[in-house]
Design a binder for this molecule. Structure first.
Ligand code: 6R9
Length: 664
């Protein structure tokens, strides 16, 4: 952002949706006093929820941070306490009234369904934990997990947590190179994988890829534990290498179903996870045990209004933080029933999610804007032919949700009954930071609304002044910062404390800087604008890509849009847009002109794109975030930067060829 101009506010959104009386009546969290309570004493607020978990030894101090500390990067939480995350997610339910409650409903892409009660889950987790011990895994060791999204994936994570080993889940769509890099960086002793997984009707050859990674050389790896998932569908890997590899069914099945939970210091590390990397080299983000569990437990209960009879479906793979915090640790610490799905949303047909919601009577659905925009593109016939009446709450995470996508989600999926929680957070924050509370907050499409109770945010200008303090009313925009400690903040980057300090704490000393831009409207609502690296500077005005993209998606012909600032001699940057049209819409000069006019009319002439390029696809990370950095490379005619974290590197190459063709 330039220091001369604050972030321009272009997008105006007047629609507002208040929680229904029926929803409020059922909710435990319908009283806005929750905010005041947390605000007046955040440590007491977190302590109250920490006390709802089972501690092996009670903590003596909630948080070590003092206002005189230079920042809170080293704040320790629940000091003196001992706790085990697996115990809290499994044993305490299995031993109590939830013993026969379904913990996991796992649906494979071919259609088979596995249901595990909390008691079943405990048995499975203990067996895997004992198997890991037999392979030599001890407290503090790292275990890499590279698996399809089947029940055994959360089971493997919980088994690690049970014995105090850190898991490092690598998304099953990553290449051998990425897997190799992550095994080496984490010095993993064991890799847990599968012979394959099902994705879009094909088999993903996970073991074959694992072998390629192992052949690149790893100094730490001692064993590979292999789940049989696809069997003869992947003939090359039906035989194991007897020295290194061992079948899950040979090692795990015969293990004892009892395994003690390792007492962990609250600050002992629970896991590491590499960030999706829409910018720069992946970072191994580490999380604590006590603070992380308290953060995810509390936010799951309050943000999703979780109740005993909910059937909760988070569509994120456990390869991402959302799968860690909101499929495994948060919901299971609360004893929820979670749905886990292995495959693609359009297999065998584009109604797969809706069929699953109908079949399992899902009440809470948590998904990403990239998925919602695909559903919009596919059309309403798919959800409309399924019974979605069990749904009562919808969530969104991962990117800003464009108002049009929000409205579609609200009308078509939520049938205007379900509150939507647009939740802003990061791998690094561990838990949801900015979000509506479904029984309290009146929502506005596209706004993540307010900080979660107990979370303090600032809006900073270039010099680091917190302009949210100086301007009480009126619209402002700037850099988002979090100004007070909270329990689930990452404890750093694995093996690189310097980089941790430099990336998050150096630009605005004393505060945590997530790297995102934000605006606050005159009613105090927060609008997250994406990464500040993506913000455009056009003729002296800072303009967020999100607002121009939302204006484009607002046009009836547009399914999805990605906007970037392209170098311009006259304006500094000019706006270029890459647009995907809805199915059946024809491109042409008239449409391009209409789209430009539409943006100018919707949010102002300042934001009128100079260039609109119609494309069939956009470059995205494997977790579905648009990679604007690569689009800038395309538009400015540069060689493409690092494309290794892309879901499909071919897309950007063909985009580049087409773009150059058009320009040439
Ligand atoms: C949970 C997750 C984090 C980045 C974050 C921001 C973007 C996530 C968002 C959102 C606007 C939301 N982001 N949720 N932007 N509104 N509701 O996605 O973690 O993969 O680490 O990405 O995603 O830019 O900084 P992660």
């Amino acid at each position: 952002m330039s220091d001369s101009t604050p972030l321009e506010t272009l997008l105006k959104e007047d629609r507002s949706f208040t929680p229904s009386a029926a929803f409020q009546q059922r909710s435990k969290y319908a009283n806005p006093s929750l905010y005041q309570e947390a605000q007046s004493d955040p440590f007491a607020f977190w302590e109250k929820f920490a006390n709802q978990l089972d501690w092996m030894e009670p903590f003596s101090e909630v948080c070590t941070w003092k206002p005189s500390d230079p920042d809170f990067s080293e704040a320790k939480w629940f000091v003196g306490g001992k706790i085990n995350a697996c115990y809290n997610c499994v044993d305490r339910h299995a031993a109590g009234s939830r013993a026969d409650k379904i913990a996991i409903i796992a649906e494979g892409e071919p259609g088979e369904v596995v249901k595990l009660t909390y008691q079943d889950l405990k048995v499975e987790v203990c067996k895997v934990a004992n198997a890991l011990k037999e392979l030599g895994i001890k407290k503090g060791d790292r275990v890499c997990i590279y698996m399809p999204m089947v029940a055994e994936l959360p089971i493997a994570m919980l088994a690690c947590a049970r014995i105090g080993a850190m898991h490092n889940v690598v998304f099953g769509g990553f290449s051998a190179n990425s897997l190799h890099e992550r095994i080496c960086d984490s010095q993993a002793k064991v890799l847990i994988t599968a012979d394959g997984g099902f994705r879009r009707g094909n088999v993903v050859p996970l073991l074959k890829i694992s072998r390629e990674a192992v052949e690149m050389g790893t100094s730490s790896l001692e064993k590979v534990l292999v789940l049989e998932r696809v069997g003869s569908k992947m003939p090359e890997t039906t035989q194991l290498d007897s020295k290194l590899e061992v079948w899950w069914h040979d090692l795990v099945t015969s293990q004892s179903s009892e395994c003690p939970c390792e007492p962990m210091e609250s600050e002992d590390l629970l896991y590491m996870l590499y960030t999706s990397g829409s910018t720069g080299k992946p970072k191994g983000i580490v999380h604590s045990t006590g603070g992380y569990l308290v953060g995810t437990y509390t936010t799951t209960q309050i943000v999703f209004d979780l109740q005993e009879d909910d059937i909760y479906f988070c569509t994120a793979d456990c390869g991402w933080v959302t799968g860690h915090s909101y499929t495994v640790y948060g919901p299971m610490a609360n004893g929820a029933t979670v749905v886990v799905y292995e495959g693609a949303p359009d297999t065998p047909d584009k109604d797969r999610f809706w069929r699953m919601i109908e079949k399992h009577k899902v009440t809470i659905l948590y998904t990403a804007p990239t998925a919602i925009r695909s559903f919009m593109k596919w059309g309403t016939e798919y959800p409309n032919r399924c019974d979605l009446s069990s749904l009562r709450l919808l969530g969104s995470v991962g990117e800003p949700i464009n108002p049009e996508a929000w409205i579609w989600y609200h009308e078509v999926i939520g049938t205007e009954r379900c509150p939507i929680v647009d939740t802003w957070w990061q791998t690094e924050t561990g838990a949801i930071m900015v979000t509506p509370l479904p029984a309290i907050t009146a929502t506005k499409p596209g706004s993540a609304t307010h900080p979660f109770p107990g979370i303090q945010v600032g809006i900073l200008d270039e010099a680091g002044h917190d302009i949210s303090q100086e301007h009480s009313g009126g619209e402002i925009g700037g850099y988002l910062a979090i100004t007070k400690p909270w329990p689930s903040l990452t404890r750093g980057i694995y093996g690189d404390p310097e980089r941790f300090k430099q990336v998050y704490w150096s630009r605005f000393p004393g505060k945590y800087f997530p790297g995102d831009g934000v605006k606050r409207d005159e009613e105090g609502y927060l609008w997250l604008l994406g990464r500040v690296d993506d913000i455009m500077l056009v003729a002296g005005h800072n303009i967020s890509t999100m607002e121009v993209e939302s204006a484009l998606v607002d046009h009836h012909s547009v399914a999805e849009a990605a906007v970037i600032g392209k170098k311009s001699d006259i304006k500094g940057q000019s706006i270029a847009a890459f647009v995907i049209l809805k199915s059946g819409i024809e491109s042409g000069p008239q449409l391009i002109a209409d789209l430009k006019t539409h943006v100018a009319a919707k949010i102002g002439a300042l934001a009128r794109p100079d260039d609109i390029f119609i494309t069939a696809e956009l470059p995205k990370t494997r977790s579905g975030k648009i990679m604007r950095r690569l689009l800038r490379d395309v538009a400015e005619g540069r060689a493409l930067g690092d494309t290794t974290t892309l879901a499909d590197p071919a897309i950007v190459n063909s985009l580049k060829a087409q773009y150059e063709d058009k320009e040439g």
